[in-house]
Unconditional design. Structure first.
Length: 199
C-alpha cells in the first residue's frame, strides 16, 4: 500500500487527509475506516453512543475531553486505544468500537481512560518526576467509578480491578511504536472479516 512506503510523519498526514472529520458532542472525531466489513454508520453510531454515556455519567470528564484532546481518531490500532501526549491525539481502534462482544460502556471506558492521560498532559505534569504506573492506576480508578454507574459497565469494573492488582511493570508496560507500526502493517496484509481486539 502507498502509505507504507512513506516515512512515519508523512504517513500520519496522509491518513489524516483521508479521514472523515466530525464533531460529536463537542469533541472533534476523525474516522479512518479501512475495513470493507465495517459499516461507517455503525462505527460513528457506536462512538457517538460511547461519548453520550460519558456525558451522562461522567459529565465533567466529557467537558475536559473537549479541551484536552486535539481529536479522537478512530482507526486501526493493535489494541483498544492510546493517547499521544505530543500531538494530543487519542486513537481508538475501529474493530474494538464495532465489536459486538464489547459493550458500549467498555468503549466509553477506553475513551475515559485515555482522557485521564489527556487531562494529566493538559495539566503540564512533568512525567519524568511521576510514576507512569500511578497514572495508569488513576485511569483504572476512573473506569471503576464510571463502570459502577453505566449500563453494561460490569466488565469494565472487573477488568479495572484486576489490573489494579498487578505490579507496576504489568500495569504500565509501555508502548513500542516500532512494534505497533509493524503490527499494523501485518494486520493490513492479513486480516479479513470482522477483527477482534482484546488489548
Amino acid at each position: 500500500m502507498l502509505r507504507d512506503l512513506l516515512p512515519p510523519a508523512l504517513r500520519e498526514r496522509y491518513d489524516a487527509n483521508r479521514s472523515v472529520k466530525r464533531t460529536i458532542d463537542g469533541v472533534p472525531v476523525w474516522f479512518l475506516n479501512e475495513r470493507a466489513d465495517i459499516d461507517d454508520a455503525q462505527l460513528e453510531a457506536r462512538l457517538t453512543e460511547a461519548l453520550a454515556l460519558i456525558g451522562r455519567y461522567m459529565p465533567r470528564h466529557l467537558r475536559r475531553l473537549r479541551r484536552d484532546v486535539q481529536c479522537i481518531w478512530v482507526k486501526r490500532w493493535p489494541n483498544r486505544g492510546v493517547f499521544f501526549h505530543d500531538t494530543r491525539i487519542m486513537v481508538i481502534d475501529t474493530t474494538f468500537v464495532v465489536n459486538p462482544t464489547f459493550t458500549r460502556a467498555q468503549v466509553a471506558a477506553t475513551i475515559l481512560h485515555e482522557g485521564v492521560h489527556a487531562r494529566i498532559t493538559a495539566m503540564r505534569v512533568d512525567r519524568r518526576r511521576t510514576s507512569i504506573a500511578d497514572e495508569e492506576r488513576m485511569c483504572r480508578r476512573a473506569e471503576i467509578v464510571f463502570g459502577e454507574q453505566a449500563p453494561g459497565g460490569a466488565p469494565v469494573v472487573a477488568r479495572a480491578r484486576e489490573i489494579l492488582g498487578l505490579t507496576d511493570a504489568e500495569v504500565a508496560p509501555g508502548i513500542d511504536l516500532t512494534v505497533a507500526d509493524a503490527k499494523l502493517r501485518e494486520l493490513r496484509r492479513t486480516e479479513g472479516g470482522s477483527g477482534s481486539t482484546t488489548g
